[in-house]
Write a protein that binds this ligand. Sequence first.
Ligand SMILES: *Cc1c(COP(=O)(O)O)cnc(C)c1O
Length: 395
Amino acid sequence: MIQNKYHANEKGYYGDFGGAYIPEMLYSNVEYLRTNYLRIIENPEFQLEFNQLLKDYVGRPSPLYFARRLSETYGASIFLKREDLNHTGAHKINNTIGQILMARQMGKTRIIAETGAGQHGVATATVAALMNLECVVYMGALDVQRQAPNVARMKMLGATVVPVHSGNKTLKDATNEAIRDWIQNPENTFYIIGSVVGPHPYPDMVSRFQSVISEEIKIQLLEKTGRENPDKIIACVGGGSNAAGAFYHFLDNENVELIAVEAEGLGINTHQTAATTAIGKTGIIHGSKTLLMQTSDGQIEEPYSISAGLDYPGIGPLHAHLFVTGRAKFYAATDHEALVAAKLLTRLEGIIPALESAHAFAVLPKVRLKQNEIVVINLSGRGDKDMETYLKSNF
Ligand SMILES: *Cc1c(COP(=O)(O)O)cnc(C)c1O
């Protein structure tokens, strides 16, 4: 077992961040998961089934693609980790497959989830269909509107989609409702959390399920360049699961520069932002002590981003720790910068990225790249769900 300064300790702390701040009703569920998740994940039968599904159902390994024209544009060797080519169109499925196997192992019969862009909802509804389990997905009413194609997919997959009308009607509010449901149904229900957030052991469990991304990058990069470590890895951060997966096997190698990109929305100082590390303070959200955006009286500040998957007022505790220790550099990209980056990638490489992923590409003009430097960008998802937003922005 890996145990060191960038991994969760037994209580789920990454430095000062993490832990499990949960109501009494959830204690036995979370405690069972905490004391058993490693044993279950490391069981050879679990590993076999997990890996088989990743291969035959998800389509892994996802390609590592050398983006020639993008590389020429920025003067470095840029490789794209193509999580957009996974079944259901994003990295989220890696985690939902892991968690549905965990749920089955624990004898749970009902699955709940929260979703922002709808990618996690679709990935959860997909594995629930696969395993023939009841599935309820909570989604902010605003996101139900702006991600209509994913709502349709979830319904076709047999899930019940519950629009949430509280707060900003986005991801945070959907998560609140999912937790409320979990508290009311602790016996039969497994909550499949969609990112490296929530009470311990979720952040570590989700990181481990997503770590297949960096495991593959090492092998693929060695094949293509003769080196298994890139100079830089860039990933967008909502809660931080695709970044956690892309960083995981490089966390202890300080020669690999980790670059995390948050959604700046309309600007850091506009109160219309989701750039947690830029303005956040330590607090507790959704069962975890981490950095989050707060008003002066300690209420959670409503986040904003054009991208539903990044529209969250916190980040996972691993990322809070990577930020305060300086292990990862955090940048923010505005709505406009993300749209420009999405258009550029599309025209240079013929790849339409998810709006979330476009934020990662938006930092290319901001980071200093050296000739011959090897850069990996985690292309977390495809852009089909965002076509309406792209078209509205005058492409
Ligand atoms: C959900 C989502 C994200 C943001 O979630 P993380 O947990 O930060 O990875 C990023 N990209 C895509 C395509 C998503 O669907």
